[in-house]
Ligand binder design. Sequence first.
Ligand code: PAF
Length: 285
Amino acid sequence: MKVISTVTGIQKQLETTHRKPVGLVPTMGALHEGHLSLVRSATLECAQAVISIYVNPTQFNDKNDLKRYPRTPDSDLKLLNTVLREDDLVFTPTDSEIYPTPDKRVFHFGNLDNVMEAKRRPGHFNGVAQVVSRFFEIVKPDIAYFGQKDFQQVAVIRELVRQLNFHIKISSNPIVREPDGLAMSSRNRLLEPQIRKDAPVIFKTISRAAEMIRKNDIPEIKKYVTGNINERAGFEVEYFEIADDRELRIVESRKEMEKGKKYFGCIAVKAGKIRLIDNIEFPLL
Ligand code: PAF
């Protein structure tokens, strides 16, 4: 693999090798098995893979969150070296490479930018759209890979591709979990020990909730989810919503779930000082 930190460097390398298709895996580093599953898909499906590592300041609405976001460049490169091939590229740009001038673009994603994460993290998806569109313009990938853990991000990026008319296939991989069920996340390493021990309650609870839909309606399920998680010390549910995976229309009763759509229960939990998200598919009856 080659590690390159400039836009001209990465573009020159892509031109020289000229392999197609090109697969892009955008990341913010602090890599784990979830990222590696995306990287493996890119190397299996694409002649050349580009993995970007860049902590994008414009998507953080909380400056402390940006400051404490884990950064582990040496172990990231070691991990990537176990998976990548000779001509695959790791792109590690600085802020001035990505934003030579401040990015003032404002995106409009309608309902996608009004619910769940968007409501609690104003400006977050605008920042994601800025950086992802910039990566798409620089790398011009054929396929871009994202994790299904960031359920709403995947929907926003599909819409970004549609609005900006990028000819890029968006591929989303299933959530990779720790043996105890906790969804892998770069933020997990920031959890305090007791909170980390109790964190599997999130996946256990939403798994049970997905079974409950057979016999119970959504208000009861929401009550169960919030009650079961909030009874743990240090845990507080921010939201639990059931929405379809394309338009993210939130349903409040089973009657509103339409055939032909896929629904997911999506949750955000404050676990100690750290905010965790997870989701699970809700079967249609
Ligand atoms: O999912 C992430 O890690 C980030 O939001 C992304 C897509 C790399 C953009 O910074």
